[in-house]
Design a protein around this ligand. Structure first.
Ligand code: ADP
Ligand code: MG
Length: 252
Protein backbone atom coordinates (compact mmCIF):
# COMPACT_ATOMS: atom_id res chain seq x y z
CA UNK A 1 0.00 0.00 0.00
CA UNK A 2 1.28 3.43 -0.94
CA UNK A 3 1.82 5.82 1.94
CA UNK A 4 1.51 9.55 1.38
CA UNK A 5 3.47 11.66 3.86
CA UNK A 6 3.36 15.46 4.29
CA UNK A 7 6.50 17.08 5.68
CA UNK A 8 5.08 20.11 7.46
CA UNK A 9 5.75 22.90 9.92
CA UNK A 10 4.47 26.41 9.27
CA UNK A 11 7.80 27.84 10.38
CA UNK A 12 10.30 28.49 7.63
CA UNK A 13 13.85 27.22 7.82
CA UNK A 14 13.24 24.21 10.07
CA UNK A 15 14.43 21.59 7.56
CA UNK A 16 11.21 20.59 5.73
CA UNK A 17 12.73 20.74 2.27
CA UNK A 18 16.05 19.22 3.35
CA UNK A 19 14.12 16.38 4.97
CA UNK A 20 11.81 15.92 1.96
CA UNK A 21 14.68 15.71 -0.51
CA UNK A 22 17.00 13.59 1.62
CA UNK A 23 14.38 11.23 2.99
CA UNK A 24 13.12 10.69 -0.58
CA UNK A 25 16.65 10.04 -1.85
CA UNK A 26 17.51 7.71 1.05
CA UNK A 27 14.29 5.70 0.58
CA UNK A 28 14.96 5.47 -3.18
CA UNK A 29 18.50 4.27 -2.43
CA UNK A 30 17.05 1.54 -0.20
CA UNK A 31 14.96 0.47 -3.21
CA UNK A 32 11.57 2.09 -2.57
CA UNK A 33 9.70 3.74 -5.43
CA UNK A 34 9.29 7.38 -4.46
CA UNK A 35 7.38 10.38 -5.76
CA UNK A 36 8.56 13.68 -4.28
CA UNK A 37 5.97 16.48 -4.58
CA UNK A 38 7.13 20.07 -4.27
CA UNK A 39 4.17 21.91 -2.78
CA UNK A 40 5.96 25.21 -2.15
CA UNK A 41 5.98 28.05 -4.70
CA UNK A 42 9.57 28.80 -3.66
CA UNK A 43 10.41 25.48 -5.37
CA UNK A 44 13.43 24.71 -3.20
CA UNK A 45 12.88 20.95 -3.43
CA UNK A 46 12.69 21.26 -7.24
CA UNK A 47 15.98 23.18 -7.41
CA UNK A 48 17.51 20.91 -4.77
CA UNK A 49 16.85 17.93 -7.06
CA UNK A 50 18.65 19.63 -9.93
CA UNK A 51 15.52 20.56 -11.87
CA UNK A 52 15.49 24.02 -13.42
CA UNK A 53 12.27 25.64 -12.19
CA UNK A 54 12.47 28.36 -14.84
CA UNK A 55 12.33 25.99 -17.79
CA UNK A 56 9.43 23.77 -16.71
CA UNK A 57 6.74 23.19 -19.28
CA UNK A 58 4.30 22.00 -16.62
CA UNK A 59 4.46 22.12 -12.86
CA UNK A 60 2.28 21.17 -9.90
CA UNK A 61 0.12 24.24 -10.45
CA UNK A 62 -1.08 23.15 -13.92
CA UNK A 63 -1.88 19.72 -12.49
CA UNK A 64 -3.88 21.16 -9.60
CA UNK A 65 -6.00 23.39 -11.79
CA UNK A 66 -6.54 20.63 -14.35
CA UNK A 67 -4.54 22.21 -17.17
CA UNK A 68 -2.02 19.39 -17.47
CA UNK A 69 -2.11 15.63 -17.19
CA UNK A 70 -0.19 14.40 -14.13
CA UNK A 71 1.81 12.03 -16.33
CA UNK A 72 3.16 15.05 -18.19
CA UNK A 73 4.17 16.76 -14.96
CA UNK A 74 6.07 13.96 -13.26
CA UNK A 75 9.81 14.30 -13.98
CA UNK A 76 12.58 11.75 -13.69
CA UNK A 77 15.53 12.64 -11.43
CA UNK A 78 19.12 11.42 -11.33
CA UNK A 79 17.95 8.52 -9.15
CA UNK A 80 16.06 5.82 -11.09
CA UNK A 81 13.57 5.10 -8.27
CA UNK A 82 12.88 8.73 -7.45
CA UNK A 83 10.39 10.74 -9.52
CA UNK A 84 9.31 14.28 -8.86
CA UNK A 85 6.42 16.69 -9.33
CA UNK A 86 8.23 20.03 -9.56
CA UNK A 87 6.83 23.40 -8.65
CA UNK A 88 7.45 27.00 -9.60
CA UNK A 89 6.20 30.48 -8.82
CA UNK A 90 2.88 29.82 -10.62
CA UNK A 91 1.78 27.91 -7.54
CA UNK A 92 1.12 31.22 -5.76
CA UNK A 93 -1.93 31.61 -8.02
CA UNK A 94 -3.54 28.45 -6.68
CA UNK A 95 -4.46 29.97 -3.29
CA UNK A 96 -6.20 32.94 -4.88
CA UNK A 97 -7.88 31.25 -7.82
CA UNK A 98 -9.36 28.45 -5.75
CA UNK A 99 -11.10 30.51 -3.03
CA UNK A 100 -14.55 29.77 -4.34
CA UNK A 101 -14.07 26.21 -5.66
CA UNK A 102 -16.07 23.69 -3.59
CA UNK A 103 -13.48 20.95 -3.79
CA UNK A 104 -10.50 23.26 -3.35
CA UNK A 105 -9.09 21.25 -0.43
CA UNK A 106 -9.14 18.00 -2.41
CA UNK A 107 -7.30 19.04 -5.58
CA UNK A 108 -3.98 17.46 -4.64
CA UNK A 109 -5.64 14.27 -3.38
CA UNK A 110 -7.54 13.90 -6.68
CA UNK A 111 -4.35 14.51 -8.65
CA UNK A 112 -2.21 12.01 -6.72
CA UNK A 113 -4.88 9.31 -6.76
CA UNK A 114 -4.27 8.90 -10.49
CA UNK A 115 -0.68 7.71 -9.98
CA UNK A 116 -0.59 6.63 -6.36
CA UNK A 117 -0.26 2.89 -6.92
CA UNK A 118 2.95 3.28 -8.92
CA UNK A 119 4.85 4.35 -5.80
CA UNK A 120 5.69 2.99 -2.36
CA UNK A 121 5.84 6.46 -0.82
CA UNK A 122 4.74 9.90 -1.91
CA UNK A 123 6.57 12.63 0.02
CA UNK A 124 5.04 16.13 -0.01
CA UNK A 125 7.24 19.12 0.83
CA UNK A 126 4.82 21.65 2.35
CA UNK A 127 5.10 25.45 2.27
CA UNK A 128 5.89 27.41 5.46
CA UNK A 129 2.26 28.32 6.16
CA UNK A 130 -0.99 26.69 7.23
CA UNK A 131 -2.38 27.67 3.85
CA UNK A 132 -4.75 26.08 1.33
CA UNK A 133 -1.80 24.18 -0.15
CA UNK A 134 -0.94 22.72 3.24
CA UNK A 135 -4.60 21.77 3.76
CA UNK A 136 -4.48 20.04 0.36
CA UNK A 137 -1.34 18.17 1.42
CA UNK A 138 -2.95 17.04 4.71
CA UNK A 139 -6.14 16.00 2.94
CA UNK A 140 -4.13 13.89 0.48
CA UNK A 141 -1.88 12.32 3.12
CA UNK A 142 -1.89 9.26 5.34
CA UNK A 143 0.37 10.98 7.84
CA UNK A 144 2.26 14.18 8.68
CA UNK A 145 5.95 14.22 9.58
CA UNK A 146 6.96 17.30 11.58
CA UNK A 147 10.57 18.51 11.49
CA UNK A 148 11.54 20.50 14.59
CA UNK A 149 14.61 22.67 14.52
CA UNK A 150 16.65 22.12 17.67
CA UNK A 151 16.54 25.80 18.62
CA UNK A 152 14.79 28.06 21.08
CA UNK A 153 11.08 28.56 20.14
CA UNK A 154 11.10 25.18 18.38
CA UNK A 155 7.81 24.18 19.97
CA UNK A 156 6.16 27.54 19.56
CA UNK A 157 3.39 27.41 17.00
CA UNK A 158 3.13 23.63 17.22
CA UNK A 159 -0.29 23.93 18.87
CA UNK A 160 -1.63 25.65 15.77
CA UNK A 161 -0.13 22.97 13.54
CA UNK A 162 -1.65 20.17 15.64
CA UNK A 163 -5.03 21.95 15.62
CA UNK A 164 -4.89 22.18 11.84
CA UNK A 165 -4.12 18.46 11.59
CA UNK A 166 -7.08 17.76 13.91
CA UNK A 167 -9.40 19.94 11.83
CA UNK A 168 -8.42 18.26 8.57
CA UNK A 169 -8.83 14.90 10.26
CA UNK A 170 -12.37 15.63 11.39
CA UNK A 171 -13.51 17.45 8.22
CA UNK A 172 -11.78 15.82 5.27
CA UNK A 173 -9.46 12.97 6.16
CA UNK A 174 -10.40 10.80 9.16
CA UNK A 175 -7.41 8.48 8.64
CA UNK A 176 -4.78 11.23 8.97
CA UNK A 177 -2.05 10.41 11.48
CA UNK A 178 1.09 12.00 12.81
CA UNK A 179 4.06 10.00 11.55
CA UNK A 180 6.40 11.53 14.08
CA UNK A 181 8.62 14.41 15.09
CA UNK A 182 12.11 14.69 13.58
CA UNK A 183 14.72 16.84 15.32
CA UNK A 184 16.79 18.70 12.76
CA UNK A 185 19.93 20.89 12.84
CA UNK A 186 20.81 19.23 16.12
CA UNK A 187 24.02 20.24 17.83
CA UNK A 188 24.70 17.86 20.70
CA UNK A 189 27.24 20.24 22.24
CA UNK A 190 24.65 22.84 23.15
CA UNK A 191 22.43 22.75 26.22
CA UNK A 192 19.71 24.38 24.18
CA UNK A 193 19.50 21.45 21.77
CA UNK A 194 19.30 19.04 24.72
CA UNK A 195 16.51 21.15 26.18
CA UNK A 196 14.52 21.04 22.93
CA UNK A 197 14.91 17.25 22.81
CA UNK A 198 13.65 16.95 26.40
CA UNK A 199 10.72 19.28 25.77
CA UNK A 200 9.77 17.47 22.58
CA UNK A 201 9.91 14.10 24.36
CA UNK A 202 7.84 15.43 27.25
CA UNK A 203 5.01 16.41 24.91
CA UNK A 204 5.34 13.85 22.14
CA UNK A 205 6.84 10.86 23.99
CA UNK A 206 7.82 8.09 21.59
CA UNK A 207 6.47 10.01 18.60
CA UNK A 208 9.92 11.67 18.54
CA UNK A 209 12.19 9.73 16.17
CA UNK A 210 15.37 8.38 17.82
CA UNK A 211 17.46 9.52 14.86
CA UNK A 212 18.35 13.20 15.06
CA UNK A 213 19.64 15.13 12.06
CA UNK A 214 22.84 16.99 13.00
CA UNK A 215 23.70 20.44 11.80
CA UNK A 216 26.01 19.58 8.91
CA UNK A 217 27.66 21.78 6.29
CA UNK A 218 27.21 19.23 3.51
CA UNK A 219 23.44 19.22 3.98
CA UNK A 220 23.49 22.98 3.46
CA UNK A 221 25.79 22.80 0.41
CA UNK A 222 24.19 19.91 -1.49
CA UNK A 223 21.14 21.86 -2.81
CA UNK A 224 23.39 24.41 -4.52
CA UNK A 225 24.71 21.52 -6.63
CA UNK A 226 21.17 20.27 -7.27
CA UNK A 227 21.91 17.04 -5.44
CA UNK A 228 20.57 15.17 -2.42
CA UNK A 229 23.29 14.72 0.22
CA UNK A 230 23.79 11.01 -0.51
CA UNK A 231 24.86 11.87 -4.06
CA UNK A 232 26.83 14.97 -3.05
CA UNK A 233 28.81 13.45 -0.17
CA UNK A 234 27.59 10.10 0.99
CA UNK A 235 30.21 9.87 3.76
CA UNK A 236 29.02 13.07 5.44
CA UNK A 237 27.29 12.91 8.80
CA UNK A 238 24.30 14.66 7.27
CA UNK A 239 23.92 12.07 4.56
CA UNK A 240 24.40 9.17 6.97
CA UNK A 241 21.85 10.60 9.39
CA UNK A 242 19.15 10.77 6.69
CA UNK A 243 19.88 7.16 5.67
CA UNK A 244 19.56 6.13 9.33
CA UNK A 245 16.37 8.15 9.58
CA UNK A 246 14.95 6.49 6.45
CA UNK A 247 15.51 3.08 8.05
CA UNK A 248 13.79 4.14 11.27
CA UNK A 249 10.96 5.70 9.20
CA UNK A 250 10.42 2.39 7.37
CA UNK A 251 10.01 0.54 10.68
CA UNK A 252 7.19 2.84 11.84
P1 ADP B 1 12.36 24.70 5.30
O1 ADP B 1 12.03 23.91 4.08
O2 ADP B 1 11.68 24.24 6.54
O3 ADP B 1 12.20 26.17 5.09
P2 ADP B 1 15.11 24.02 4.66
O4 ADP B 1 15.17 22.55 4.58
O5 ADP B 1 15.07 24.78 3.39
O6 ADP B 1 13.92 24.47 5.62
O7 ADP B 1 16.36 24.48 5.54
C1 ADP B 1 16.65 25.86 5.77
C2 ADP B 1 18.14 26.12 5.51
O8 ADP B 1 18.93 25.37 6.42
C3 ADP B 1 18.57 25.71 4.12
O9 ADP B 1 19.54 26.61 3.68
C4 ADP B 1 19.18 24.33 4.33
O10 ADP B 1 20.15 24.03 3.36
C5 ADP B 1 19.77 24.46 5.72
N1 ADP B 1 19.73 23.20 6.47
C6 ADP B 1 18.66 22.39 6.67
N2 ADP B 1 18.97 21.35 7.45
C7 ADP B 1 20.28 21.49 7.77
C8 ADP B 1 21.20 20.74 8.58
N3 ADP B 1 20.82 19.63 9.22
N4 ADP B 1 22.47 21.20 8.69
C9 ADP B 1 22.85 22.32 8.05
N5 ADP B 1 22.05 23.08 7.29
C10 ADP B 1 20.78 22.68 7.15
MG1 MG C 1 11.12 24.54 2.27
Amino acid sequence: MTQIISIANQKGGVGKTTTSVNLSAALAKIGKKILLVDCDSQANATTGMGIDKLSLEHSLYQGLIGEADINNIICPTMMPKLMMIPSDIDLIGFEIEMVSADDRVKKLKMLLEQVKEKFDYIIIDCPPALSLLTLNAFTASDAVLIPLQSEFYALEGLGQLLDTIKRVKSSFNPGLKIKGILLTMYDKRTNLAQQVVEDAKKYFKDMVFKTKIPRNVKLGEAPSYGLPAILYDKQSQGSKSYVAFAREFLKR
